[in-house]
Design a protein around this ligand. Structure first.
Ligand code: ME8
Length: 637
């Protein structure tokens, strides 16, 4: 036995200015599949994901929501964590950049760099994108707009601290050139070397508190906070406790970062330079995937349909969604997402090829062998190809997974499925069962099928964990590692349960949502959100309120201060972010619905004791009102 190898895999830490969407789900799901695979291979795996919570973007989103950045980050980070839990993501840790364990390591690294003379104070003016939170060079800008967001870049000039990144240019080029496997696939390695053909600028690593306070203070000048990218990249070491910590010492030499191509430059250029300057080793690998497009266009978080695309996970099931994402995208290239394509794969590969095989095999064992794996018998010459394909599939999957080529791994597994289906057709166990003289042949065929299912459960475990578990449970087996992929491991006599349909077929015309394969979530409930018990809902006190007076809040475009009657004797003050949608005069005399038992909050200096309920979409907003009259204070539930 060889000693277990450490394997440390990270996803990007996602911004908390929006809910998880298809892109986030893709990276996290493939990271999960990879980590599950490495665990099955016997490696010691550490799988990290988390949320990126500082910076302009988050501060702005929180201000728009009328809450503090911390409260906003807490809420959205919890949605990410819960979403991954619900999808069965097997991460070992979840880091938030607002956690003290992270802030401490960021400040330590900043102090080290400052002490080593790697940081200086200077002025800089340039074209800035608030969406990307970075400066762009004239060459990178496209007609004065940001190449990512296509929004106008703004000229920004300010004094800041700079990291002497430019001095690492030659070192980094050599470092990458000497290590062909450092950045994969090859096209992204070439892209990073391409960036490095232009002169590398020093990196502004601070933001003045006069402009942004939501960040980690610089340990050597508290008039500044840390630039969000400088802060965020360090999560990969802070989650291990930072340099010197035991987890860092064991895992950091094996670190692999999995990212989308949008954040190649910070990971391929800034991060290795930062590590080198701090005297830390560079990561072992940077693995980059392409982009999912919807309807041919580039997705972004501002487009609601990336969230909707992700919601299909509830309609078709976790495994079908995982399978589609991994099978459809050639790792490293862009791919198109469509519900039709997902349904196509579900029907052909999952319901037909895999689902049918499992149900045929278990039904035949139930009918022709009393529901127990028979003796090994005589599997016939046709079985040789099944065993050979298994051995080849195992090798092909292993090779594919070394390169994160999930699509190739699945193609190899489906080759095995096709061979086993072909074996059933060739040996026709139902015909053997009619002939008492051919018992040994029948037993051999059924044993071959049962053993194929056992091996399939092992092969599928990392990719379709729910289906693999069902197949394995049908054979009454505990989870097995890749080492169990040796033919003949299944003991005769093992009880086999007839498998229920693993993947129900989706009928044509029903893909658009008329007949979901799974129960639809309750009306009004977002499927990607966790369900809450009724008792939790009952804790929220909703009441009818009569608006007595309304006025603008000084210096705020968004807020109105309302005086409302809740039938409590004295009116309450509620501050609501609705000034862009309602004139104060329009509101007086209206009956609305409010959350009456919220903790009071101060908004622009005014204490708000409650919250108005309103619906909104695409910049439209509508207050909840009653379609029949009820007195102020009436309970809504
Ligand atoms: O960039 N297709 O966070 P983020 C595939 N906080 N993957 C996509 C995608 C798409 N259309 N859209 C997003 C940030 N992704 C920073 C990262 S790391 C130290 C800081 C995935 O919330 C992909 O993994 O914008 C991409 O790199 C990531 O989400 C960006 O997430």
């Amino acid at each position: 036995m060889t000693a277990p190898r450490p394997f440390y895999l990270t996803t990007p830490i996602y911004y908390v200015n929006a809910r998880p969407h298809l892109g986030h789900a893709y990276t996290t799901i493939i990271a999960d599949a990879m980590c599950r695979y490495r665990r099955l291979a016997g490696d010691t795996v550490h799988f990290l994901t988390g949320t990126d919570e500082h910076g302009d973007k988050i501060a702005q989103a929180a201000a728009e929501a009328g809450v503090s950045p911390q409260a906003y980050a807490d809420a959205i980070s919890a949605v990410f964590r819960e979403t991954w839990r619900r999808l069965g993501i097997s991460n070992d840790d979840f880091i938030r950049t607002t956690e003290p364990r992270h802030e401490r390591v960021v400040q330590e690294i900043l102090r080290t760099l400052h002490d080593r003379g790697e940081i200086y104070f200077g002025a800089y003016g340039g074209l800035y994108c608030f969406g990307c939170e970075r400066f762009y060079t004239e060459k990178e800008a496209v007609d004065g707009t940001c190449p990512q967001h296509l929004t106008p870049l703004q000229f920004l000039e300010e004094e800041n601290y700079f990291f002497k990144m430019s001095k690492y240019q030659d070192w980094l080029i050599r470092y990458i050139e000497e290590r062909p496997a450092l950045i994969r696939p090859e096209r992204y390695r070439n892209e990073v070397l391409g960036f490095l053909r232009d002169p590398l600028q020093d990196l502004s690593i601070s933001r003045p508190k006069t402009r942004l306070t939501w960040g980690i203070p610089l340990p050597f000048d508290d008039r500044f906070v840390t630039y969000v990218w400088f802060d965020a990249l360090i999560n990969y070491v802070s989650a291990l406790g930072g340099p010197g910590a035991a987890a860092y010492e064991t895992l950091w030499p094996h670190a692999r970062h999995l990212i989308g191509k949008d954040i190649l430059k910070p990971h391929g250029v800034y991060w290795p330079c930062m590590l080198k300057a701090a005297g830390l080793p560079v990561y072992a690998g940077l693995v980059v995937h392409g982009y999912w497009n919807l309807g041919g266009g580039k997705m972004s978080k501002s487009i609601g349909n990336v969230v909707e695309a992700f919601e299909l996970v509830d309609k078709y099931g976790h495994d079908a969604f995982r399978y589609f994402l991994m099978r459809e995208m050639t790792f490293g290239l862009d791919a198109n997402f469509s519900e039709e394509a997902l349904v196509g794969r579900l029907n052909s590969d999952l319901a037909n090829d895999l689902g049918n095989l499992v149900s045929r095999a278990t039904t035949m064992i139930a009918n022709f062998a009393d529901g127990a794996v028979p003796e090994r018998g005589d599997p016939g010459p046709e079985s040789a190809v099944v065993r050979e394909t298994l051995a080849r599939t195992r090798r092909d999957v292993d090779e594919a997974m070394r390169e994160f080529a999930f699509q190739r791994a699945l193609v190899a597994i489906w080759e095995f499925i096709a061979i086993v289906n072909g074996y059933v057709d060739a040996v026709q166990p139902w015909a053997l069962a009619r002939d008492p003289g051919r018992r040994a042949r029948l037993h051999g065929a059924l044993y071959t099928l049962a053993e194929s299912l056992r091996c399939l459960a092992v092969l599928l475990d990392a990719f379709l964990p729910e289906a693999a578990t069902k197949i394995r449970r049908g054979l009454g087996l505990e989870p097995q590692g890749l080492a169990a992929l040796e033919w003949g491991g299944l003991a005769p006599g093992t009880k086999v349960a007839k498998a229920p349909a693993l993947f129900p077929r989706i009928e044509a015309g029903k893909a658009a949502g008329s007949a979901p394969a799974r129960p639809e979530p309750a009306v009004g409930e977002k499927p990607a959100r966790p369900r809450v018990p009724i008792d939790d809902f009952a804790r929220i006190e909703l009441r009818v309120a009569l608006v007595l007076a309304a006025e603008a809040v000084a210096k705020s475009k968004r807020l109105l201060k309302l005086s409302v009657d809740l039938g409590e004797g004295a009116p309450r003050t509620i501050v609501a972010g609705i000034a862009e949608h309602y004139a104060p005069a329009e509101l007086v005399g209206k009956k609305v619905v409010v959350v009456a038992n919220l903790e009071p909050a101060r908004l622009m200096g005014v204490e708000s004791d409650g919250m108005l309920l309103a619906g909104s979409t695409d910049g439209k907003l509508a207050l909840l009102s009653l379609d029949r009259d009820l007195p102020p204070g009436a309970r809504v539930k």
